[in-house]
Design a protein around this ligand. Structure first.
Ligand SMILES: Nc1nc2c(ncn2[C@@H]2O[C@H](COP(=O)(O)OP(=O)(O)OP(=O)(O)O)[C@@H](O)[C@H]2O)c(=O)[nH]1
Ligand SMILES: [Mg+2]
Length: 227
């Protein structure tokens, strides 16, 4: 069983080695042959250099460095560049449980899209202030009502997808897109499964969230509604 784990990064020097080691460990335990593909947007903190050095010792680890900046573009690049049919996307900051990677991959044999979900029974968020949880839940509810999304956590950054399915919609993805999974769900209408995860707030490194997230989200909702 083969898969690629894409990890988009911007200034994740403090997290990247640990997240890679943990993913490799859990996949080995479950007998999954996994490659790690980091997509770094030329981070000034040398994240890419760290990954390149890891890759010298372990051929499963590689890095793409982009000149552009933007999370969605980086994810699209990673999903498209992987050399396996099953591709996982996850954050570098250890917010997503690395031990769930094998379960996402296994389920992706049957389903086109498998979401690591905070908002189904058994899922939870640790460390977010109430305000942030409420904003996230409101955004999710709006996607359900306005876009007819059935999934409970369409804003998750942790999911597995079949590359062949992703490629069907790749050209429609907005390069400046904001919530990549939501865009994939709306454009793809794939056979989807959600698996509960515990999301833990970032412990190391700085948040990349800009002050304009809510505004950007509303613009994106409008675009997807009238697309
Ligand atoms: N390549 C690339 N990666 C990015 C960019 N922005 C964020 N990332 C990465 O995308 C993942 C999610 O970003 P985070 O900053 O953790 O976003 P968040 O989880 O909403 O916010 P935090 O509370 O800071 O954790 C992390 O692995 C980041 O390093 C970007 O512009 N380009
Ligand atoms: Mg994060």
């Amino acid at each position: 069983m083969k898969a690629t784990v894409v990890i988009p990064t911007y200034n994740e020097r403090e997290n990247i080695t640990e997240v890679i080691k943990k993913v490799l460990y859990h996949c080995r335990k479950k007998k999954i042959d996994v490659n790690i593909l980091v997509v770094d947007d030329n981070s000034p903190d040398n994240t890419a250099e760290i990954v390149r050095n890891l890759g010298k010792e372990d051929k499963r680890i590689s890095v793409i460095v982009r000149k552009e900046k933007g999370l969605s573009g980086a994810i699209v690049k990673g999903l498209d560049s992987a050399k396996t049919e099953i591709v996982v996307n996850m954050d570098a900051d250890l917010s997503h449980p690395t031990e769930k990677v094998p379960e996402l991959i296994r389920n992706c044999e049957e389903y086109d899209l498998v979401i690591g979900s905070r908002y189904i029974r058994g899922g939870e968020i640790k460390g977010w202030p109430l305000k942030r949880i409420l904003i996230s839940k409101t955004a999710t509810l709006m996607a359900k009502i306005l876009l007819g999304v059935k999934e409970n956590d369409p804003m998750s950054g942790f999911f597995a997808i079949k590359q062949s399915k992703f490629r069907e919609i790749k050209d429609k993805m907005k390069p400046k897109g904001y919530k990549t999974l939501l865009e994939i769900i709306v454009r793809g209408k794939f056979k989807t499964k959600e698996i509960p995860i515990t999301f833990i707030d970032r412990q190391k490194g700085k948040s990349k969230l800009s002050g304009n997230v809510i505004k950007h989200y509303l613009i994106m909702l409008k675009e997807l509604m009238f697309d």
